[in-house]
Design a protein. Structure first.
Length: 247
């Protein structure tokens, strides 16, 4: 993704209309999951991250963790992308990020911190060309989850060449050196962190696409036995606003 202010604003302006056509759908059934696993395979293969396989699917044990939410991102009813996130607490620590960067994260979880750990963002290769706004609309789920679960930190375990995007959008900073990622033979990943309570309003001011209502967040994340308390009992609902960032 290109950096620089000039191309950014038109992309986000187009995203304002696309947001109304987007549906975030929690992926639950075996058939839905199979579609997401196939989408991951096609996206990773297209990006040169994996070699061809007979199964043509990408999944792992973290897809079945009790602290996972897997979303399909639909445009006009058509699956265009997917996004997975884990809520990490002192009681619930299972995720790929804690496996790779446990030496960094476990001491902080021991202190009672709450992390939102997004991962596995993929976009259909053809539809990513049609909808270049998809990355912004996908990572919006991470921001909404931080808001809903009252997180201390939003994590991002990302390819080293994607750091600029997360630094610009979420004001994230690297907190560990790059490490190999199992199954990716061409790239390493770095762990980035965003101090959500301190950057929440700054992000919202620059990217009003992150605005949401308490009811939207509950529809996305509420389920029986939620892992941590939600702030949405007291958060004032927002109306969706212009996607254009402030300068």
């Amino acid at each position: 993704m290109k950096s620089g202010a000039e191309p950014r604003t038109p992309l986000l302006v187009r995203g304002a209309g696309l947001l109304d056509r987007i549906e975030y759908r929690l992926i639950e059934t075996p058939e839905e999951r199979d579609s997401v696993y196939l989408l991951r395979y096609r996206a990773y293969l297209h990006g040169g991250l994996i070699s061809p396989s007979e199964s043509k699917r990408v999944c792992d044990r973290y897809d079945d963790a009790p602290n996972v939410w897997i979303f399909g991102i639909f445009v006009d009813g058509e699956l265009c992308g997917s996004f997975r996130l884990h809520v990490l607490t002192s009681e619930w620590r299972l995720s790929y990020t804690t496996e790779l960067f446990g030496d960094v994260l476990h001491p902080r979880l021991d202190r009672g911190e709450v992390f939102i750990d997004p991962a596995r963002f993929v976009a259909d290769p053809e539809k990513a060309q049609r909808f270049p706004e998809l990355p912004y609309l996908a990572v919006r789920l991470g921001y909404l989850a931080c808001d809903y679960f009252n997180a201390d930190t939003g994590l991002a375990m990302v390819r080293t060449d994607h750091q600029t995007f997360y630094r610009r959008i979420f004001l994230s900073e690297a907190i560990a050196e790059p490490r190999p990622f199992p199954g990716w033979h061409t790239k390493k990943v770095v762990l980035m962190a965003s101090d959500f309570p301190n950057v929440r309003e700054k992000i919202l001011a620059r990217f009003p696409i992150m605005r949401s209502s308490a009811s939207e967040r509950r529809m996305l994340f509420e389920r029986a036995g939620n892992l941590v308390s939600s702030r949405d009992a007291v958060v004032t609902s927002f109306e969706r606003a212009s996607i254009v960032p402030d300068s």
